[in-house]
Design a protein around this ligand. Structure first.
Ligand SMILES: *Cc1c(COP(=O)(O)O)cnc(C)c1O
Length: 381
């Protein structure tokens, strides 16, 4: 299809391309100056007294965070079924068990009123996910965590930039927050992620474990004037470091983040206005906080047309869309391992049956947006 509008395209400019070329020509391809600069700029972007540890995916970052808080076999971590499998798989790396909770049917985030009843003597942490870029109720989560002495690891794969009560996600009082720079995320480095923490011990442990458990700062080892050959291995670590090539993309993507967010917010408002009177549910929003608008989701609850036929029709009209998420309790691995029953997740199941993610990205033109809107109107008429 010649003028097919894809569900997503990354927004990569000449500044990203030039910076990558410079990196390629510099002779330094792995973790080095560019990665360090990206981390420093990321700290500046979020603001506050935080550490930033660049990694090669958010999955890697979440794994490192759980290792740093000392997650052990048979521990439990409370999270949401309405997420990508990465959130829960990292818990299984330790032989620990995710405990899935249903979502709030309005926000599509973890239902915080259900967390306390899920806590047992084995519970070690809570992993909230800021779905689509709308913040979870972090006050409730942090309060419960404090009361029961639990750790909080935020899956912020969708939440750059998102605020909660005026503060950017990444600057709250959780133990670690992890952003994703996967190809479709609001900031992309192709593959990549950033772990943020206020806790120096967690930061130090994650820095060591992201590069083979080597107890010498990666930048110190690569960049110092002292002989670089000596290092000590203090733990069986991982290979999770970010390359300078990826960081070179990230440095420029980061500069544009507020501009990108504004563009998506504007488009989201146009979707709201144009789709308001159709038999669909519009995405939830906050009156006071910034939504990253990583995703714009509609739900077909009031339409006779099924979700799958709707997607097929839109595709035939030349518009790509997607579904976020197939809840974890419906995937064979999670369902069979934990004997999960959809009736225990009525909201996540119902939302999944009706939800569609529409194209929403900065490379879209007004005509593209118009095309999506017109075709949705045509289908739902
Ligand atoms: C994309 C995504 C991840 C995984 O990010 P990677 O950088 O690909 O590891 C984790 N959680 C959620 C909710 C995501 O959407």
């Amino acid at each position: 299809m010649k003028d097919f509008l894809p569900f997503h395209l990354p927004d990569i400019g000449n500044d990203e391309i030039d910076e990558v070329l410079k990196s390629l020509k510099s002779g330094w391809l792995t973790t080095g100056k560019q990665t360090k600069k990206f981390e420093e700029k990321f700290i500046e972007f979020l603001g506050g007294d935080i550490f930033a540890i660049a990694v090669n995916s958010a999955t890697a970052g979440m794994h490192l965070a759980l290792e740093a808080i000392g997650l052990k076999k048979d521990d439990e971590v409370i999270t949401t079924s309405y997420t990508f499998t990465a959130t829960a798989e990292v818990i299984r790396y330790f032989g620990a068990n995710p405990v899935f909770i249903d979502i709030d049917p309005y926000t599509l985030n973890i239902d915080t009123t259900k967390i306390e009843e899920a806590i047992t003597s084995k519970t070690k942490a809570i992993m909230p996910v800021h779905f689509a870029g709308l913040s979870c109720n972090m006050n409730d989560i942090l309060k419960i965590a404090k009361k029961y002495n639990l750790k909080v690891i935020e899956d912020a794969a969708h939440a750059l930039p998102t605020t909660y009560k005026g503060n950017l996600i990444g600057t709250l009082e959780s133990d670690a927050t992890i952003f994703s720079f996967y190809a479709t995320k609001t900031l992309t480095t192709g593959e990549g992620g950033m772990l943020i923490t206020k806790n120096k011990e967690i930061a130090d442990r994650c820095k060591t474990m992201r590069l083979h458990g080597i107890n010498r700062d990666v930048f110190d080892r690569y960049l110092s004037k002292k002989p670089a050959w000596y290092y000590e291995v203090v733990a069986p670590g991982y290979k999770y470091n970010m390359t300078d090539l990826a960081a070179s993309i990230g440095i420029h993507q980061l500069k544009k983040q507020w501009n990108f967010q504004e563009k998506r917010e504007k488009m989201a408002k146009i979707y709201d206005r144009e789709l308001m009177n159709l038999p669909i549910k519009l995405p939830p929003r906050s009156n006071s906080d910034k939504h990253s608008w990583h995703l714009y989701t509609i739900q077909l609850n009031f339409s006779k047309l099924g979700r799958d036929s709707f997607i097929q029709k839109l595709y035939e009209y030349g518009v790509g869309c997607s579904v976020h998420f197939i809840p974890l309790h419906l995937h064979p691995y999670w369902k069979n391992t934990y004997q999960l029953n959809a009736s225990n997740y009525p909201h996540a199941t119902e939302v999944y049956n009706n939800i569609i993610s529409l194209p929403l990205y900065t490379k879209m033109t007004n005509n593209d947006l118009e095309k999506v809107i017109e075709n949705i109107k045509k289908i739902l008429k």
